[in-house]
Each structure stands twice: as structure tokens, then as C-alpha cells.
Design a protein around this ligand. Sequence first.
Ligand SMILES: [Zn+2]
Length: 392
Amino acid sequence: MIEKRDVQAIYNLPTKVRFCKKCTISNQRPRISFDENGVCSACNFAEHKIKINWKSREKELHELCDKHRKNDGSYDVVVPCSGGKDGSFVAHMLKYKYNMNPLTVTWAPHIYTDIGRKNLDDFINIGGFDNILGSANGSVHRKISRLAFLHMGDNFQSFIYGQANFPLRMAVQHNISLIMYGENGEVEYGGDMKNAYKPTRDIKDHDGHYFSGKPPEFWEDHGVSKSDLYPYMPPPYEKIVENKTEIHFMSYYHFWDPQENYYYSVENTGFEANPHRTEGTYSKYASLDDKTDGLHYYLSYIKFGIGRATSDSAHEIRDDKISRDEGVLLVKKYDGELPERYFKETLKYLNITDKEYWGVIDSWRSPHLWEKIDGVWKLKYPIWENKEIKEL
Ligand SMILES: [Zn+2]
């Protein structure tokens, strides 16, 4: 029997579930805030985005590039990119519109999907980019993924370390002072708004925002050696400072619209959407390179009641692609769909049984979100029932 987790305390979640009046996100998303009108910080930011003078932001980007651009032929910007639509868009814009010489860096997924690998190859070959693929020792990667699933309820932590720290390491190694990410997820999708009005990210936020307070060295206590953890670690802080490393977000400089990035990358870097719908949502073009990411998103549904269809629809409502009513229907139809396509492979990868899998999953169901009715787990406050309004 796996001990029950106090999800509310771990993630500091409000007891009463409320949904944003404009989109489909709830107040259970960690670090999100709601205003006095019941509107979430991401929706308010989307309103603000429309009023931003994007011409002057473009000028700021030109200035930033001029500051970092090199004239000796060496790389002048690191672009973290999986070959997906967003990183491909950023890299392509910087190279062809802003005349930069990007080194694109990829932190390998746990288990590549065929389409994910194909998209990376096409990005390199058709898009025309130099790329460094960082692959950690596969057995260590598996071990950390397993441990993170068992201890944190997130099999993706091993990937998240590399995603944040590998580009930093490459920047320092190649004397590149600029790192350009795509969007600031905290701001665009709801979270900590302290960086909403600036283009950069603090390295000090990594532990809190991305690592849930558990940096790579945490796993030393669980039998992972220092040398095995090395590829997951950031370079020494003094080296980051010495290199004058700056981490920026493209979403500060250019109106961020995932659907537009999709069209752009199809056109320019050979990107292809999934031939089938992504489980747990209605879309086909986001986050499709790792066979084990279905579990990662499913765990978010269990912990917060927020699955992929909620996240996708919330963003598309803000981007004016769909209405809130359509969003609610999509959530009802797809959110929390069990990731079955790679289920067996995921169990094998994590070296767990079916029973252990469900034991861990159920240990993360908080009583303030879930109830068991006739032996079946149900969300207490699904968005389509709008119960929260009546009970408040
Ligand atoms: Zn909202």
C-alpha cells in the first residue's frame, strides 16, 4: 500500500475548486492567481498581450541580437528545440529574420516516437540547423524517471532537469551568452507572474518552478551517484555568470500563438503533426516526441484535475480560436483519457507492474478533488457541471 499524498499541501492548492470565468483552467493550477472578477492571470495576460506594442518589442529583439551577435562565424545563440513547432519557430526566426547563428540543442526524450524523431531530423535537414542532441545514459535516465514517478508522481522529472540545465551547459561550453526559449509558461498558461513584464528568466527560479523543489542532487539519497547525475546538473553558477549568460523568452518579443507556430514550422522546417490525435486532448501538434509523456500529463489530471484538453482549450480560448462553451465540451470529452497507446511500454520502461502503477496514481488523488462512486473515481467538481458556483 502506497502512502496517500497530501497533494493540497505539497502544491499549496486552494480547498474550493473554482474555474476561470473566461477559460477552462481552474484555481488548482499551481501558482495561478484569480482576480476579483474570477478571471485567471493567464486570461488577463492574454488581454494585456493584445495591447502590447509588438513593433517596439521587435526593435528590442533586434537590439538584443545586435548585442550578442558574433562576427567570427561562431554560434551566438542557443535555442533549445526538440524539433517541435515552438522551438523550430524560434530557431528559424532567429536565423533567417534576425541573422543570428543559432546552435540548437535537444535534450532527448525518454522513448522517441517515430514522428518525434522524424521531426527533429527534418528540422536539422530541411530547416537547416546545427544541433547537439544530449542523451543521458539510458539506464540512469530510466532509473530517475522511475524514482520520480514513485516519489514525486511525475515520471518526467528526468526530462525536465535536462530541458532546463542542458542548454545552460551548452551555452557555457560554447561561450554563447544568449539562450532563447519559446514561451514563458508561467505567464502564458498561468502561474508566477513576476516575470510577466520582462524578457528574462532567473536561473534561481529553476528549483521552484520546474523542479518542484527537488533539484537533481535530491536523488543522491535514492542511490543515484554524483557522476550519474552530472548530465542533469547545471554548470557551476560562477561559470554561468562569467559567461554573462542571459535566458530570454521569445514570447516577450513576438506575439505567442502556438497554432501560428505550427503553420510556420510546417512551412519552414518540415514539421508534421501526429497522424493520430494525442491522447487526453483533441489536438495533434503539441508535445509528441516522447512515448511516456501521456503519463506525465495524466498525472497532472490526477493531481490538479487539469488534463491536456483543459490546458489546450484554455489557451485556445485565450487565443480566440474557440469559445469557452466549446472548450468545456472538449474537456468533458477528452480530459483524463487514459494514455493507452504506449501504456505497456511505459510500464516496462519504469519497471513497474500494473498494480504499482495504479497504486501510485491513486495515492495522488486528493479528497478535495476526487470521490469514489460505485468503485469508480470521479472528479467532484467537473467544469461542465459548474457545481463550484452553487457551493460557494
Ligand atoms: Zn482564464
